[in-house]
Design a protein around this ligand. Sequence first.
Ligand SMILES: Cc1cc2nc3c(=O)[nH]c(=O)nc-3n(C[C@H](O)[C@H](O)[C@H](O)COP(=O)(O)OP(=O)(O)OC[C@H]3O[C@@H](n4cnc5c(N)ncnc54)[C@H](O)[C@@H]3O)c2cc1C
Length: 410
Amino acid sequence: MKTTFPLAGRRTAVIGAGVVGLATAYALARRGARVHLIDRSTGPAMGTSFANGAQLSYAYTDAMAGPAVWKQLPGLLFGNDRCFRARNSLDLDYFRWGLSFLRNATAGRNRRNTLDVLALAQASREEMDALLERHPIQFEHRVAGKLHVYYSAEAFHTARAMVELKQAHGVRQWLVSPEEAMGIEPALAGATGMAGAVYSPEEAVGDPWRFATGLLEILRRDYAVEASFNRRVTALRRDGQHWQVHSAQRTVQTFDQVVVCTGIDAARLLRPLGIRVPVMAVKGYSFTAPCGSRAPTTSITDTSRKLVFARLGSSIRVAGLAEVNEWDTTPEAARVRDLVDLARASLPQAADYDQVASHWAGLRPVTPTSAPVIRAASPGLALNLGHGMLGWTLAMGSAERVAAVLHHAR
Ligand SMILES: Cc1cc2nc3c(=O)[nH]c(=O)nc-3n(C[C@H](O)[C@H](O)[C@H](O)COP(=O)(O)OP(=O)(O)OC[C@H]3O[C@@H](n4cnc5c(N)ncnc54)[C@H](O)[C@@H]3O)c2cc1C
């Protein structure tokens, strides 16, 4: 056990069994808490964690809001950018979130937010390594390295400042020429018009769903964590020193403390308690296809088409598209086609694009700063949500942070 005081024996509900909830259950159970994980889905990681881009992107933590957003704003608002668009609405929350996001789009705030998330990512890597040393989990985990490919000389030039900033904080990341990038990853010979790339040799990949199912097995077997699926939590109510967790099945359970890890759906549970969280849905898509004749082994990000490619065994996972304020998880056929077309244009032989085995859409829970909300919200109630584009990368470090929040709140 990590420390046994003061969380030992505390009956703790962790609501949400995505990668963040599972990591949270682990951090708390290791401190001796009696954890009950509750999720409305049929199993773990069936929400945004299911088929994401498969990247453990510990070095590339650049905040979404930055000066580049101003140039993208017309395309974003009028919907004529295929990769990054918004569904406009008169909703006050959308307006409030949008203003806050734009306030973070200055160079200074972008740097600060990137470094905040970087610190969390670095802690996450350490926690992930420690977890896997203690409990090997099979999830196609591999330190693949990552190349962020730039097709515009201007954008490549701008990338330099961010790379230097992160290097000063211990990150191994540097600029490479197109020839050097092709030397690292021969599959890039299929990419045309490269201006250069940023290479991060320590980035990893893996299958988030297999990670989640493996971790749940360990939680049940070695840490006596109880898990209830098909149970939608409808309300949280304070009852003296305790919390009541009400579910759609009309069960009411009592806990000493509750951690809300419900990602994109947090507002519905928290609003009746007067707690607001600045989380916006940014819908994205992925597909998985067999490797093509020139499949990369290094992770590739195409920064102009906003795509990531990750090799998982004999398959390639491609993820991309960002639709701000889209709250429906149903994958639209036309957008799946867009993603396949963009991937084919980016790396024509990376995958067998005619044999797409599965496709998926998920909602990234994005905050204006790109940093998650990890805090105490009320006595015995803590939040760990809003992990945006990098929730799997940040899950293990976030879990340690929320455990520390509960520890100090005692
Ligand atoms: C296309 C795409 C690509 C991405 N690529 C990457 C990547 O490469 N690397 C990376 O690190 N991140 C990536 N992300 C982001 C990452 O997937 C998310 O940040 C992360 O999955 C969020 O995890 P979570 O546990 O907070 O949310 P979720 O996985 O959504 O988990 C929340 C859980 O809460 C449950 N829940 C909600 N409400 C209730 C309720 N009332 N009662 C009970 N249960 C409830 C849900 O069923 C769900 O299981 C990507 C996201 C997308 C969409």
